[in-house]
Design a protein around this ligand. Structure first.
Ligand code: UD1
Length: 422
């Protein structure tokens, strides 16, 4: 799919959503896995990658690095044997925060790397101090000049790394870097997100020796080299959550083909308490909603297995349309309430209490409006609001949504929504 910067979405709200849908592959699993493919000095095949902007950008960065890439449908065959490190595209790195994962991967193939500070969504400061401190602990020397970062791993060694916060990206970077670092490296306070586990499973399939993925302590025994392999990343728990919340909001019935319901158990519990009927089978989640739900007073985000920050704005939108008052607390990122003014434009009753806390008083209906997506998940939340709103909603800056959702308009039209890309 060629996504265009100027694309907009037009939604005529009011349709109930019904049907069966398969959840796309996870963006946050796929990106570090694509980056880790360069650790192998061989050929790697990654199947069923989502057709989203972030994957397209990551492939472009890898190509610039000298990786030979072949694509067959949504499967990528990557051959990193002729990596050429002089061709990092600084502009691309700036558009995507995930380019930070390349640090750990590139340093397994050469002694030094230069990168620009990464870009990404506008959801807070998003520093990279935890990544850099962890590399330093493993003997990497770091020089930062303005927006350029130079890392040299000539004297790198295995060791113990304790993360200040369980950062997903920092855990993924160090796991990649340590996979071929001689000796035993231990990460304490590691992130436990399913995408970290998926990356470790992929690295193990390439021959890495990793113990403890999915727990707070990950141990990596460095091996000489990793070999080629084939891998299919996990399905996207945030997209699964987006679809369930959309049906909860509009009313209807969905059969979601998704095999990792355990990874969204907090969301399933919350939606059940709000009044949705949910039946979980091994690879299907069936949700029925009459669109007439009630508040559960408080929702707090946190690190896995707590409620994911990436579903916070989606939940906020749902709470704007349920009976009663909800307090939403954001514990992972600061400034993640960018959609509030847009929802208020539609008639929502939301008060921002601080940069980590909002109070939402549910209203019966929202009105269609012209809205601006400002970041990925917030943009998807506006689509959900538009699906339930009376009248027509136009969403600008769809490129933010295209970073993580495969043609969001097709996803919802397949369930009966009236939405088109213009
Ligand atoms: C990843 C996900 C993102 C998700 C986030 C939290 C990808 C591509 N992105 O982002 O969708 O919202 O996890 O689940 O997988 N922090 C620092 N210093 C650092 C790094 C992080 O202070 O060096 C802070 C961040 O500001 C944030 C917290 O740690 O408050 C968690 O961030 P982190 O887990 O690193 O998020 P990402 O890996 O960037």
């Amino acid at each position: 799919m060629i996504y265009k910067y100027e694309d907009r979405l037009k939604i005529r709200g009011g349709s109930r959503l019904n049907g069966e849908i398969t959840v796309q592959t996870s963006k946050n699993a796929c990106l570090p896995i694509l980056s880790a493919s360069i650790i192998s000095n061989g050929v790697v095949r990654i199947d069923s990658c989502p057709d989203i902007l972030d994957v397209q950008n990551m492939i472009e960065i890898l190509t610039e690095l000298g990786v030979s890439v072949r694509k067959s449908d949504n499967d990528y065959i990557l051959d990193s044997r002729s990596l050429n490190l002089n061709h990092l595209d600084f502009n691309l790195c700036k558009t995507m925060r995930s380019s930070i994962f390349l640090l750990g991967a590139i340093l397994t193939r050469c002694d030094s790397v230069m990168l620009t500070t990464p870009g990404g969504c506008n959801i807070g400061e998003r520093p990279i101090d935890i990544h850099l401190k962890a590399f330093k602990k493993l003997g990497v020397t770091i020089r930062q000049m303005g927006e350029y970062i130079f890392l040299n791993a000539k004297n790198a060694h295995a060791g113990k790394v304790k993360l200040k916060l369980p950062s997903v990206g920092a855990t993924e970077n160090i796991v990649q870097f340590a996979s071929t670092l001689k000796g035993k490296t231990t990460i304490y306070n590691a992130a436990r997100e399913p995408e970290v586990v998926d990356l470790c499973n992929f690295l193990s399939k390439m021959g890495a020796k990793i113990i403890g993925a999915g727990t707070k302590k990950i141990t990596i025994y460095g091996v000489d080299r990793l070999h080629g392999t084939e891998y299919t990343p996990i399905q996207d728990r945030i997209v699964a959550g987006t679809i369930l919340c959309a049906v909860a909001i509009t009313g209807g019935n969905v059969r979601l083909k998704y095999s990792n319901s355990i990874q969204i158990r907090k969301l399933i519990e919350i939606l059940s308490r709000m009044g949705c009927q949910i039946d979980v089978k091994s690879d299907i989640i069936e949700l029925t909603s009459d669109g007439n739900l009630h508040s559960i007073a408080k929702v707090e985000t946190g690190y896995y297995p707590d409620f994911p920050t990436d579903l916070q704005s989606i939940m906020l939108t749902l709470c704007a349309l349920v009976h009663g008052e909800t307090e939403i607390v954001e514990r992972v990122f600061e400034s993640r309430f960018l959609i509030v003014p847009e929802l208020v434009k539609m008639g929502a009753n939301i008060e921002v209490l601080s940069n980590r806390r909002v109070k939402v008083v549910g209203v019966d209906s929202l009105s269609g409006a012209c809205l601006q997506a400002k970041e990925l998940r917030g943009g998807a939340s506006l689509v959900l609001a538009g699906l339930r709103a009376k009248g027509e909603t136009i969403i600008d800056n769809v490129h933010f949504i295209d970073r993580g959702y495969e043609q969001i308009e097709s996803m919802f039209t397949s369930l009966g929504a009236d939405i088109e890309r213009i």
